[in-house]
Write a protein that binds this ligand. Structure first.
Ligand code: PLP
Length: 326
């Protein structure tokens, strides 16, 4: 299917498979247009760029992927300052936005000049363990942001998982934001790519920055075909990933020496704490289980298309063995 995909030139905007993907994802999210880009990072950074001017401030959770894992791009590419919020598993309140938005610095007396122009939310929230925003919480933040004249961007890299967990439709979630990043390459199982979705004029400007950032990828129809396939065939099975993540998390929580915050296991991600995480992850890897050691005592396990129920059972057995032999 990918090998036989009709292709054109994405830079010239005439790759038919890319166009079909962009139309489909815009339709699913209830937005006018979408632009296909190589990565979620690029989608987020284009969003920051189109919604802000250098010197602006952007409000988001302190542990947002955009702030923590995108190589300093908000400062380097958009020239913005991030106003980090301390949150409950990635979820913040309208009051926090109000407090953050009128620049608390005496340099910017409220009402005179407030350089805050954008709020971003992340759903599901990666660093918090794949936690889910409910629609009403997002609406409340979005309403306040819009009252304050701020744009809203949703980092929905795993919005498919949020929808699977809550039953809240993609377009309902998307309605709380001006632009949304969605990724095809994570649990959904496509090899490459993300999309930035939003109003036509905003996405048109986004296409300019995609080119500027080196994201024009010529015969991209080959990989867009994989993303289209994943969209149509792999969303329904995300529920299996969530069940496997829960099973793994509950088994891990029963083991001595490991700590799991079961409340934060809401989708396909499981974080657990263990002494010497890097060594522990190495031993898991040698035994056949790939995890990521993200901090001295933290390990992340992610459940996706390539991890079956049987693989999960095997991973649990291996985890038990490694934990017992420390
Ligand atoms: C919430 C979130 N946003 C954005 C990204 C960036 O995606 P990419 O790795 O495709 O740049 C990730 C990657 O893990 C993520 O978890």
């Amino acid at each position: 299917m990918m090998a036989s995909a009709p292709v054109g030139d994405d830079v010239l905007g005439d790759d038919p498979t890319v166009i079909r993907l962009e139309e489909r994802v815009a339709e699913l999210l209830g937005k006018e247009d979408a632009v296909y880009v190589p990565s979620g990072t690029m989608a987020n950074q284009i969003a920051l760029r189109v919604h802000t001017r250098p010197g602006d401030r952007v409000v988001m959770d302190a542990e947002s992927h955009i702030r923590v894992h995108e190589s300093g791009a908000p400062a380097a590419l958009a020239g913005v300052t991030i106003v980090p919020l301390e949150t409950d598993r990635g979820i913040f309140t309208p009051d926090q936005v109000v407090e953050a938005a009128p620049g608390p610095s005496p340099e910017f007396p409220p009402g005179l000049f407030d350089p805050t122009t954008l709020v971003t939310m992340e759903n599901t929230h990666n660093e918090a363990g794949g936690t889910v925003w409910l629609l009403e919480s997002m609406r409340a933040v979005s309403d306040v942001a819009r009252d304050l004249g701020l744009a809203v961007h949703l980092d929905g890299a795993r919005l498919w998982n949020a929808t699977t967990a809550t039953g809240i439709a993609l377009d309902q979630y998307a309605s709380t934001a001006d632009t949304v990043n969605v990724c095809f390459s994570k649990g959904l199982g496509a090899p490459i790519g993300s999309a930035l979705v939003g109003p036509r004029d905003v996405i048109d400007r986004g296409r300019w920055y995609k080119k500027m950032y080196g994201g024009g990828f010529r015969q991209a129809g080959i990989i867009a075909a994989g993303a289209l396939y994943a969209l149509e065939h792999n969303r329904d099975r995300l529920v299996d990933d969530h069940a496997n993540a829960r099973r793994f998390a509950e088994a891990a929580a029963d083991l001595g020496g490991l700590t799991v915050d079961l409340e934060s296991v809401q989708t396909n991600i499981v974080f657990f704490d263990v002494a010497d995480a890097s060594r522990f992850a190495d031993r898991l890897r040698s035994a056949g289980v790939d995890t990521l050691s993200l901090a001295p005592t933290r390990i992340r396990a992610v459940f996706h298309l390539d991890v079956s129920d049987a693989d999960t059972t095997r991973a649990i057995d291996i985890l038990r063995g490694v934990a017992a032999s420390r």
